[in-house]
Ligand binder design. Structure first.
Ligand SMILES: CC1=N[C@H](C(=O)O)[C@@H](O)CN1
Length: 307
């Protein structure tokens, strides 16, 4: 995988996707440092105690730190300053059942989530991250709590008729997506030159780029794009579609990421998640964020990691 670097693109500095390299780790730590994660230092020092089992330590502390990427509806801080979204709300329920009373947000960019997890900035990634083989080399995942398709943000009326990644390539559309997003790879698999992708910090920057005519299309999850265009008079969202992965139409599944050593915490988390799926409570927790029966899934992390 290509190391992260900055490449000038039509006069714009773009941040390329993060990889499992030391450079990306340091970039993530730097990004987190810049964010200043106020209020996290006390907990951070408590959980940085070496050795022991993380679940036991979280129980003793009474709080788990969640890495989020400010993405509605997956994980974000509400207008009232409250941590919410499908992943944090689910994490609240599961951690409580595991004996950890509180969760606390650590916001960062999506592309800094895995480096931030690796460098102990938080205990779990709770950002609805898609489970894929490349990420499974760096972290361990819970089973997915939802499945999802992609959509595009385009200008009103979809003037270039963009409905999937193949259209983007064939119609030579100017393409943007978010830092570290799986959608980068989907465009590349369709034949888009990676160096020509405009990488933006998040979906709001993506919407702005479409509205301002800097790009023709921004790709993200069907729910993210649908949410963010609600704020726009100039842009619309396309019908959800399956990206092509390894030559086949693909359905993504998103879950929670843990450091590779934290198998005990991941397994305990998974056991509670399975109970919530079984009882139907999962849909009741995710429903307020736009998830329906169609997003419920039997996919497993093992399948999505490539067996
Ligand atoms: C929830 C989410 N999933 C995708 C990913 O995992 O790469 C990206 O679209 C970023 N946001």
């Amino acid at each position: 995988m290509a190391p992260p670097h900055r490449t000038p693109l039509r006069g714009i500095s773009v941040h390329r996707p993060s990889g499992p390299t030391r450079r990306s780790l340091l970039a993530g730590v730097a990004a987190l440092g810049a964010l200043g994660a106020a209020g996290c230092s006390r907990v951070a020092s408590a959980s940085n105690v070496e050795g022991g089992d993380l679940l036991d330590r979280l129980r003793a502390q009474g709080v788990a730190r969640l890495g989020i990427a400010g993405e509605i509806p997956f994980g974000y801080i509400s207008k009232d300053g409250e941590l919410t979204g499908e992943a944090p709300e689910l994490a609240k329920v599961i951690f409580k059942r595991l004996g950890v009373d509180r969760v606390q947000p650590v916001p960062t960019e999506f592309g800094s989530l895995i480096p931030g997890l690796a460098s102990q900035q938080f205990d779990v990634v709770a950002a609805g991250m898609y489970i894929n083989p490349e990420r499974c080399e760096q972290v361990i995942f819970s089973d997915p709590d939802y499945q999802m398709l992609d959509s595009f943000i385009v200008r009103k009326g979809n003037p270039m008729g963009l409905r999937n990644y193949q259209d983007v390539v064939e119609k030579k559309a100017r393409f943007a997506t978010g830092t570290g997003y799986a959608e980068i790879q989907y465009a590349v698999e369709a034949g888009y030159k990676e160096g020509d992708i405009l990488i933006v910090p998040d979906q709001v920057a993506g919407l702005n780029a479409v509205e301002a005519g800097r790009v023709d299309v921004f790709a993200g999850t069907a729910l993210t794009t649908r949410e963010v265009v609600k704020k726009s008079a100039k842009a619309e969202v396309t019908e959800p579609f399956k990206p092509i992965v390894d030559g086949e139409p693909h359905v993504d599944g998103g879950g929670f990421a843990f450091r590779p050593t934290e198998t005990k915490l991941r397994d305990a988390f998974n056991a509670e998640l399975a109970k919530l799926k079984e009882s139907g409570e999962l849909l009741r927790i995710l429903g307020p964020f736009g998830f329906t029966e169609a997003e419920m899934t039997d996919l497993t992390a093992k399948e999505l990691c490539g067996g």
